[in-house]
Design a protein around this ligand. Structure first.
Ligand SMILES: [Ca+2]
Ligand SMILES: [Ca+2]
Ligand SMILES: [Ca+2]
Length: 224
C-alpha cells in the first residue's frame, strides 16, 4: 500500500502536463524585507516555471525617500544556457520626485533557451529613510528562442521593503517605552558581550551607550 501511494506521488511530480501548466512567474526574492536605516541589502529578481527563455527585460521602481539603489548585476540563470549580453539601460534614484528606477535587459546567445527557474538579476540597495516601499516590477518582457522571438506570457510579483524608524527596536512601527526598555537592558554592552543587542546599536559602533539613547530620544514618539 505504502509503495503504490509513493509511486502515484512520484508520477504526479514528473507529469509533463503539470510542469507546462504552472504559471511562469517573475518575482522579487525575498518578497518582504525589514531593514534598518543605513543598512545595505540585496534582492534577486527570480523566475520560475519558464520554458525556452532566451531574453528578459524588466524595470523596477522604488521609493527614493526609503531606498537608494547601489548596484544591479546579472543573475546566473540565463548564463546556464551559454554566453549572454547583459545591459543596464537605466539606473537612477531620481526618476521623478518620488521614485527611482532600474531597467536591465539580457539576451542569451544560443540556439535554444533555458528551462526551469533561477535568478535573472541581483539588485542592491541602501536603506535611506524610514517607511515602506514596494519594489515594483513593471514592463517585464521575456522571450523565447524563436526568430523572431515570441513573448512568453507570465505574471510579475512585486516585493516590499520596510525600513524601521531609528529607535524602533521591536519593529512595531513606533518608538516608545517598549524600545527604551529593550535598549536599557543592553545599555553599556559591547559587541560580543552577553548583553549586547545589535538591534539597539543604532549607530553600528559596537557599543550600546548614550549615543544610541540619544538617537532613540530624538525619535521618541514617532510612528510609521
Ligand atoms: Ca508591478
Ligand atoms: Ca517600537
Ligand atoms: Ca552604538
Amino acid at each position: 500500500m505504502l509503495i503504490s501511494v509513493s509511486l502515484v506521488f512520484v508520477a504526479f511530480l514528473v507529469t509533463p502536463t503539470a510542469t507546462a501548466m504552472a504559471t511562469t512567474t517573475i518575482y522579487v526574492e525575498p518578497q518582504s524585507i525589514i531593514m534598518r536605516m543605513e543598512e545595505n541589502f540585496s534582492v534577486n529578481i527570480t523566475i520560475v516555471n519558464v520554458v525556452d527563455l532566451c531574453g528578459w527585460d524588466f524595470t523596477l521602481y522604488y521609493s527614493n525617500s526609503v531606498l537608494n539603489g547601489t548596484s544591479i548585476a546579472e543573475g546566473s540563470f540565463l548564463r546556464t544556457g551559454g554566453n549572454t549580453y547583459f545591459y543596464v539601460s537605466n539606473f537612477t534614484d531620481a526618476y521623478n520626485a518620488t521614485h527611482g528606477l532600474m531597467r536591465a535587459v539580457c539576451t542569451l546567445f544560443a540556439p535554444t533557451g533555458v528551462n526551469g527557474g533561477g535568478d535573472l538579476a541581483k539588485i542592491s540597495f541602501k536603506a535611506k529613510g524610514s517607511g515602506e516601499t514596494s519594489l515594483d516590477l513593471a514592463d517585464t518582457i521575456i522571450v523565447d528562442s524563436a526568430f523572431p522571438p515570441n513573448e512568453i506570457s507570465h505574471v510579475a510579483d512585486d516585493g516590499l521593503v520596510r525600513v524601521l524608524i531609528p529607535g524602533d527596536i521591536n519593529g512595531d512601527g513606533e518608538v516608545n517605552y517598549k524600545d527604551l526598555f529593550i535598549l536599557a537592558k543592553a545599555y553599556g554592552s559591547h559587541e560580543g558581550g552577553p548583553k549586547y543587542n545589535p538591534e539597539a546599536d543604532f549607530n553600528y559602533d559596537g557599543n550600546v551607550n548614550y549615543r544610541d539613547l540619544f538617537i532613540l530620544a530624538k525619535n521618541y514618539g514617532k510612528t510609521e
